[in-house]
Write a protein that binds this ligand. Sequence first.
Ligand code: ATR
Length: 282
Amino acid sequence: MRDSRETFVNHAFVTGYPIKHSRSPLIHGYWLRKFGLEGSYKAHEVKPEDFPAFMNALRDGSAGFCGGNVTIPHKEAAFRLADRLDEHAAELGAANTLWLEEGEIRATNTDGLGFVANLDERALGWDRISTAVVLGAGGASRAVIQAVRDRGIKTIHVVNRTEMRARELADRFGAAVRPHPMAALSEVMAGAGLFVNTTSLGMDGEPAPQIDFSPLSGEAVVTDIVYVPLKTPLLRQAEEQGFRIVDGLGMLLHQAVPGFEKWFGRRPLVDEQLRQIIINDM
Ligand code: ATR
């Protein structure tokens, strides 16, 4: 039986390979200080070949953690090795948040929730949007598509350089998702109320392609899940063309909320001070 006077201090991790560029320790460190909690949240590098052993050590308690975040390249392995998945992780085939409960590793994926919360915060009127355009068909795109579909958007055009990958997402997420090649971009933008970039276009040293956003609905919001720089080349173009833009930093901050609440028992707020801490670190 536990001594009731004993205080439990929880320790959480973010693991990936490499992991040193993760901003998650800054986010959770800010919240721990804000609540005056003694717990910790640390970057913990694990090589892919060592990840199964890490999961075992997490489960049996020898790792000393109550849970944590997983990022590239461990999200799919975390999905496979967790003992119980919620519906978000199960459908996405990837997990980013783990916690111990009743001796099991439980897993969810909070990326989609973070995406939606970021737009909610900027007062996106979801009811007014019936069509969204998602550029890209990688892991990040999946989370966005799931979240947008769950918000009731009827038509989601997924446009990707490799059309096959967009088709795979249509198979996974059902009839709302329409796959297209890049050449169809302008056509499918017609009247859409939300445009989401999930690719690294314009970020890899190559100049960003010029996108004509004018076919979108006049009230459309253009957002990017890349947040370095805050105003990505595509967001800059959209703003110059008179569209409302939402940067991707809020997605990073909001996706961290459910994990903190699981590990430390308090629901944190995404405030301006936290945003500034991350911006100053860029
Ligand atoms: P993530 O998990 O971050 O989404 P990913 O799975 O590597 O990363 O997916 C990257 C996405 O950006 C893909 O949709 C990719 O297109 P392909 O499926 O054709 O590879 C897209 N992408 C990356 N660089 C691109 C470029 N220069 N032009 C067009 N699309 C690009």
